[in-house]
Design a protein around this ligand. Sequence first.
Ligand SMILES: [Zn+2]
Length: 87
Amino acid sequence: MTTFRRNWETKCTSCGYVSDAVTSPFSGGHEPSPGDLSICIACGHLTAFAADLTLRELTEVERRQAEADDRITQCLLARGLVMGKAK
Ligand SMILES: [Zn+2]
């Protein structure tokens, strides 16, 4: 079961989209913590949660790890399908 939480505002560092909720596609009731990845629902940009739980750009190491992670690829594809275009 996924976790969904409202009233958690984040702003995409790429397109500026402001989201008022977060969700995790993984089970276990996980809420965002520093270093967790985030995918912008509007544009598909990958970021990470900073220590203050705002979004920050990925480091080069994080970006390479994300690109090699099939779960991230699946999430990006799902976002693309929901939004009507694959990224
Ligand atoms: Zn965005």
